[in-house]
Ligand binder design. Structure first.
Ligand SMILES: Cc1cc2nc3c(=O)[nH]c(=O)nc-3n(C[C@H](O)[C@H](O)[C@H](O)COP(=O)(O)OP(=O)(O)OC[C@H]3O[C@@H](n4cnc5c(N)ncnc54)[C@H](O)[C@@H]3O)c2cc1C
Length: 346
């Protein structure tokens, strides 16, 4: 008997489990290590702005403090470093500059916009005529975080490495059962696999496949993240993650030649140095039709819950909403943001 069963140990399951551990709440977390996870291949980029209209990303002012606070706490708990702040450079065309200048003058985005300037020379990059530079950006190395947390969960007896079949879960008034385990609630955090979870409405997700590559480039600047039609993220030792593609039509985890050549064409417009391709990955983002996370207890089954829909910005969303999710589980009367409520799909 435990209190909660979490299914899935990507970003969503890991953060929710961390909140439970922190609050001394009993739980088990089930993960199928063979089942691919978007979190293990994601670049983990942190960017508070939407460049298209140069606006703040949804809820950025609330999400950012919670995000850095939570990941720093986890780093301390694990004695492992996985989050790094690094300035992001956004190359601009001349027509973009008035809008950037306007945002700086308005003042409410100065926390995120460092400056707008001209003529930047960075080792290995083509000359950048105009650019904006951003604060508060960086990346979370999710692969390191997820595996360090997996070891931690294992050491504390929380982890069950198995594939859970939804049809093996049974419900009674007081408990939910799976194999020889019983709990008060089960929470599904299976990323895009929950788009086909028979226990929840089937038309809430609008999944997005993404591909990215890893390169090694000895003469490429490692001090900044570059972002122009794609990102170039330094990850140390002259390695860089380059991505990502967006495909809403073919949903699978297979890297393609088209994806790779799309990334390389964009990369070659940006850089001016030799590189070697080390890896090429593909994954599926659990994106939702209205682009908001999904949190909630099933309206017709109080033993069943979901924490999902982290979409394209899981790193920013997971710390804040995992805390809200736990409050909701512990007290179903808790008021959460209407935009993220599971109820919106019923
Ligand atoms: C190419 C790409 C680039 C991305 N880049 C970024 C980025 O730069 N910044 C950012 O914030 N986000 C990025 N994302 C999005 C980010 O990856 C997601 O928001 C986040 O990882 C989703 O986490 P999740 O836990 O919901 O799902 P997942 O990470 O997919 O985790 C699902 C978990 O469920 C488990 N599971 C599934 N089925 C079962 C089963 N039957 N039994 C047991 N376990 C099961 C899996 O093993 C896994 O542990 C990117 C995604 C992709 C694909």
């Amino acid at each position: 008997m435990t209190k909660y069963i979490i299914v899935g140990q990507g970003l969503a399951g890991t953060l929710l489990a961390y909140q439970m551990h922190k609050n001394n709440i009993p739980f088990k977390i089930i993960v199928d290590p063979i089942q691919k996870s978007a979190s293990e291949i994601a670049a983990g980029l942190i960017n508070p702005l939407v460049f298209k209209r140069l606006t703040k990303s949804w809820m950025a002012d609330s999400l950012f403090p919670k995000m850095y606070e939570t990941y720093n706490e986890m780093e301390e708990l694990l004695s492992v470093k996985f989050i790094e702040q690094k300035k992001m450079i956004k190359p601009l065309v001349e027509q973009d500059i008035p809008m950037w200048q306007k945002r700086i003058d308005q003042g409410n985005m100065n926390h995120y916009i460092d400056r707008v300037d001209n003529d930047l020379r960075l080792e290995g990059y083509k000359a950048i005529e105009h650019y904006g530079s951003l604060n508060q950006t960086g990346a979370c190395n999710l692969n390191i975080m997820i595996h360090a947390m997996r070891n931690f969960f294992k050491q504390h007896g929380y982890l069950i490495k198995e594939h859970l079949k939804v049809e093996d879960v049974t419900f009674e008034d007081k408990y939910v059962y799976w194999k020889n385990l019983s709990a008060e609630k089960i929470i599904f955090c299976r990323g895009y696999k929950d788009a086909q979870n028979a226990l929840f409405p089937s038309d809430s997700f609008y999944l997005t496949k993404g591909e990215l590559i890893e390169i090694e480039a000895n003469a490429l600047n490692e001090d900044y993240i570059l972002n122009k039609n794609l990102f170039v993220l330094p990850t140390g030792q002259k390695r860089f993650k380059v991505g990502a593609t967006y495909d809403w039509d073919t949903i699978n985890e297979s890297p393609t030649n088209e994806g790779k050549s799309d990334l390389l064409t964009k990369l070659d417009k940006l850089i001016d140095t030799d590189y070697t391709i080390l890896n090429h990955w593909a994954g599926v983002r659990p994106t939702v039709k209205d682009r908001r996370p999904i949190l909630g207890i099933h309206p017709h089954n109080k033993r069943l819950a979901i924490f999902n829909g982290l979409g394209t910005k899981g790193v920013m969303l997971a710390p804040y909403f995992s805390e809200q999710m736990l409050q909701l589980l512990e007290n179903p009367q808790t008021q959460i943001d209407d935009e993220v409520k599971l109820d919106r799909f019923f």
